[in-house]
Design a protein around this ligand. Structure first.
Ligand code: AR6
Length: 174
């Protein structure tokens, strides 16, 4: 067991998360774990069928009903440069209900899984800010605050923002 409380460096990158050289990259998945669009689609497309096979095994073993919102679980990264993909399920944005605790949980749980794996570098996308409709500035604030407060042995956390706008929003809060 490594000592937590180490310094975590948080950096921002503009680009495609599937190209990241990190121990683990995080997937903004859905509960089925069986793929979708956005980051999820890109990860499965570029990582190859090994990732989907591992996801199917997880569904058959521990996650018969799917992975819950705010939870995280790891698989192989297949052909991607990373060693592992950590799949997490963000909440769908709601104007009526405050689901920010669930979004924060995605980041915390992903780092907990990374610690279990012994990963020291982790790349995150802006979970829930695409198909799931979360406003980018609020999603960025939750992401940065949660990682800053996390008790983790991960030393390198990177937020990989797909476009210039997302990068600028994170940069303004960093
Ligand atoms: N690298 C980095 N960021 C990306 C990439 C990429 N290759 N592609 C998109 N983004 P989304 P969600 C950004 O929709 O909102 C899927 O169908 C994107 O611009 O991928 O959590 C799943 O199966 C946005 O800022 O994830 C679920 O059903 C952010 O990544 C659902 O979408 C997240 O967008 C999850 O929706």
């Amino acid at each position: 067991m490594r000592q937590h409380g180490v310094m975590t460096t948080i950096s921002l990158v503009q680009g495609d998360i599937t190209e990241q050289q990190a121990d683990a990259i995080v997937n903004a998945a859905n509960s089925s774990l069986l793929g979708g669009g956005g980051v999820d689609g890109a990860i499965h497309r570029r990582g190859g069928p090994e990732i989907l096979a591992a996801c199917r095994d997880l569904r058959a073993s521990h996650y018969g009903k799917g992975l819950g919102v705010g939870q995280a679980v790891a698989t192989t990264a297949g052909r991607l440069p990373a060693r592992w993909v950590i799949h997490t399920v963000g909440p769908v944005w709601s104007a009526e209900e405050d689901r920010s605790g669930l979004l924060a949980s995605c980041y915390r749980e992903s780092l907990r899984v990374a610690d279990e794996l012994g990963a020291s570098s982790v790349a995150f996308p802006a979970v829930s800010t695409g198909v799931y409709g979360w406003p980018l500035d609020d999603g960025a604030r939750i992401a940065l605050e949660t990682v800053r407060r996390a008790d983790t042995a991960v030393t390198d956390v990177r937020f990989v923002l797909f476009d210039e706008t997302a990068y600028a929003v994170f940069a303004a809060l960093h």
